[in-house]
Write a protein that binds this ligand. Structure first.
Ligand code: IVH
Length: 690
């Protein structure tokens, strides 16, 4: 800690600096869950400020972080000294850099070719565990590498950390690894916080901060005061290294990993032994492709020399050993400038703000637009136009703005105000009292109409090929299509008059429109874009009315009798049906030949009767909606999440967290091929392998 300044003038300058630093880090920690400094450093700042305020009490300000009762003090843990320091890793960002690392090691070893081990670089927090006579006695965070925090009691609650070892273990030793939160658990945790916040909002309480990423959620969970809170968080640990060891151990790092596994530790199953460097490259590519499918975040691949006798020979440069390096993947979080906040009008008229960013590459993709959810979210995160913001891409989802870097504010930033008129048609906006949504009440608003045409043509609705956003705008702006019923009277001549529309494009579009006439009733009802009518409700409605023309007769009262349709949804449907312009659309659709009947699957007759099937990921041969329809048509039930009641999980490409859940529960998984066999021949076709 720095000494207390000798003059009051210096003390004032330093205390002001400290307050702004502490406030900045408080915000990162409590609100954004994005700490940038270790807690020790934070404690030092606080202690320094306290010391100055003790020496110069006249400098204490009422808003000083030392005077705040709230702002929950960080829990403090006993400090432990690491017997052998925890080092960090050098980084490589390209094949050339990895080759250069290898060349340096090879020169020191006097060997061209030597075995290497590759492992994922888990994005969690480093933890060192000490075992004595097979019993877990102490666990500590990495801290500054030399001193960590004693978090033993919290670590005891993590199921993958063995409390008692089995087999042939050394008398006393330390293992190191990474504690992490699985992505699926992280999503569930944030969803639970979101639900809790809805309740808190109603009670007028301050919302709890959400976690920005699994790493911060894991770090927060490990540093809880109360171990039962840690126990309630989904945490796991992969062990990747022997720290120190009293007694003999294998000399090959890869063998050590196997040995640790036999003792009961969880070692990443994807660690590989390579005869030489050339063999490592394809594995790095594999990790690069595979990383999105994993249930844990990785930020690279660690490459280690397999022979641990060589480790001593190679030594370290500063705190980075020469015997290991990390091949890093592009980061999933970056900072950039928020140029503007603009507003999008959705098909139901809801106004959603989005961020216009100075383009930045995040997780390998160029990002210039990001979602901001809603006005409340912008206010909660205190995002201002002109701010430097943290942008994040997680998996395949649209980039998000995590929050501003307040320290970089210049004072030129502007607060965002939701427009009071629709940016597309100028109609004064309305506010939904309960849902806090702002929307344009003008059903004829061009932005809504264009989105509605797009939605109508989308895959899970009428699935009209060749009708995407650009075409929807062109058709609307040319006046050819003012509502979706107009699509069915389009002619080739009309289309050819549009800019950049060639013969082939026109023919394809007309073919797509014609083909859409035979879509099933639930899809048609969903396509109409009635507020609150998603695919599930559309299916219930279809079952009830049986054919499209019958939609014109429905009343809210009768709809409410349907199980699964509540009063809000029923009223929304009746409202829609009562409007003359909507009735005209339905009548014209029916007249154009869009009048499918609902085909009820013969009750109990389907081959999949009694089975619950969940579909995840992208299938090659059909869309997700088609797969689900096929299951229902055969009497099966479609599940939305994997539970004990799930009979099969159909796994497509880029499957996410459902896969891990199924693995945990031992749910029978089906490839697309097997699924097709199941559809064709029933459960007998796949039962043998379960
Ligand atoms: S080896 C001397 N292996 O990366 C190097 N580290 O930047 C000791 N990490 O603090 C670390 N996965 O928290 C190693 N398979 C892995 C790892 C890994 C994640 C973390 C670890 C360390 C940081 C180094």
């Amino acid at each position: 800690m720095r000494p207390v300044p000798k003059t009051q003038y210096e003390a004032r300058l330093r205390s002001e600096e400290l307050r702004s630093l502490i406030n900045y880090h408080n915000r990162l920690y409590y609100e954004l869950n994005q700490p940038e400094i270790p807690d020790e450093v934070y404690d030092d700042l606080m202690n320094e400020l306290r010391a100055i305020e003790a020496a110069y009490p006249e400098l204490i300000t009422p808003d000083s972080p030392t005077q705040r009762v709230g702002g929950a003090p960080l829990p403090t843990f006993e400090v432990v000294e690491h017997r052998v320091p925890l080092l960090s890793l050098s980084n490589c960002f390209s094949e050339e850099e990895l080759r250069a690392w290898h060349r340096r090691a090879a020169e020191r070893l006097g060997m061209e070719r030597f075995a290497l081990v590759s492992e994922p670089k888990i994005d969690g927090l480093a933890i060192a565990l000490v075992y004595e006579r097979g019993r877990f006695v102490q666990g500590a965070t990495r801290g500054d590498g030399y001193h960590g925090e004693n978090v033993t009691e919290n670590l005891r609650t993590i199921p993958t950390i063995p409390k008692q070892l089995r087999g042939n273990y050394p008398e006393r030793f330390e293992v190191r690894g990474e504690v992490y939160m699985p992505r699926s658990g992280f999503e569930e945790l944030n969803a639970a916080i979101g639900e809790e916040n809805l309740r808190r909002e109603q009670e007028g309480k301050k919302p709890l901060p959400m976690y920005a990423n699994p790493r911060n959620a894991a770090a927060g969970a490990v540093r809880q005061k109360d171990p039962s809170v840690t126990a309630s968080r989904p945490l796991a640990m992969f062990v990747y290294q022997l720290g120190w060891c009293e007694g003999p151990h294998p000399e090959s790092h890869f063998e050590i990993l196997g040995w640790l596994r036999e003792m009961g530790f969880t070692v990443n199953p994807e660690a590989r032994l390579h005869p030489d460097l050339e063999d490592v490259f394809p594995r790095i590519d594999w990790w690069g492709r595979e990383r999105e499918r994993l249930d844990y975040d990785i930020d690279g691949v660690v490459i280690k020399v397999d022979d641990t006798r060589a480790w001593e020979l190679l030594g370290a440069v500063g705190r980075e050993p020469r015997w290991a390096t990390a091949f890093k993947f592009p980061p999933q979080q970056r900072t950039t400038k928020l140029l503007d906040i603009q507003v999008n009008v959705g098909r139901t008229g809801v106004l959603t703000p989005f961020a216009v960013l100075e383009p930045v590459v995040v997780g390998g993709a160029r990002v210039s637009l990001a979602t901001l959810h809603n006005e409340g979210d912008i206010r909660r995160k205190d995002i201002r136009i002109g701010d430097t913001v943290i942008v994040q891409r997680a998996g395949e989802v649209i980039p998000q703005v995590v929050g501003p870097v307040v320290q970089l504010r210049t004072g030129e930033e502007r607060e965002f105000v939701m427009p009071d008129r629709c940016p597309a048609c100028g109609t004064p906006v309305s506010r939904d009292p309960d849902q806090a949504a702002v929307y344009c009440p003008n059903a004829a608003c061009p932005a809504q109409q264009i989105r509605l045409i797009e939605h109508f043509a989308s895959r899970s609705a009428m699935d009209i090929e060749g009708l995407g956003e650009k075409m929807a705008i062109q058709l609307y702006q040319s006046g050819l299509v003012r509502n979706v019923a107009d699509l069915y009277s389009l002619t080739k001549e009309q289309l050819l008059r549009l800019e950049k529309v060639q013969e082939k494009t026109a023919e394809n579009l007309l073919r797509g429109i014609a083909a859409s006439k035979s879509r099933p009733l639930p899809n048609v009802l969903f396509a109409l874009g009635i507020r609150h009518v998603g695919m599930e409700t559309a299916r219930l409605l279809a079952e009830h009315i049986g054919s499209l023309d019958r939609l014109l007769d429905v009343k809210a009262e009768e709809l409410q009798q349907i199980e699964g349709i509540g009063p809000v949804v029923a009223a929304s449907i009746e409202n829609w049906v009562q409007r003359p312009e909507n009735r005209a659309i339905v009548e014209r659709l029916v007249a154009a030949g869009v009048n499918p009947r609902f085909e009820r699957p013969a009750a109990g007759a389907g081959p999949l009767e009694g089975l619950t099937i969940v579909v995840t990921g992208r299938l090659e041969r059909m869309s997700r909606a088609e797969a689900e329809d096929a299951i229902r048509a055969r009497g099966g039930k479609v599940g939305s999440s994997v539970t004990k009641a799930t009979d099969f999980l159909v796994v497509g490409a880029d499957a996410g967290s459902k896969l891990a859940k199924a693995e945990k529960l031992g749910t029978r998984m089906l490839t697309e091929e097997e699924f097709l066999a199941l559809l064709e021949r029933g459960p007998g076709a796949v039962s043998d392998a379960s």
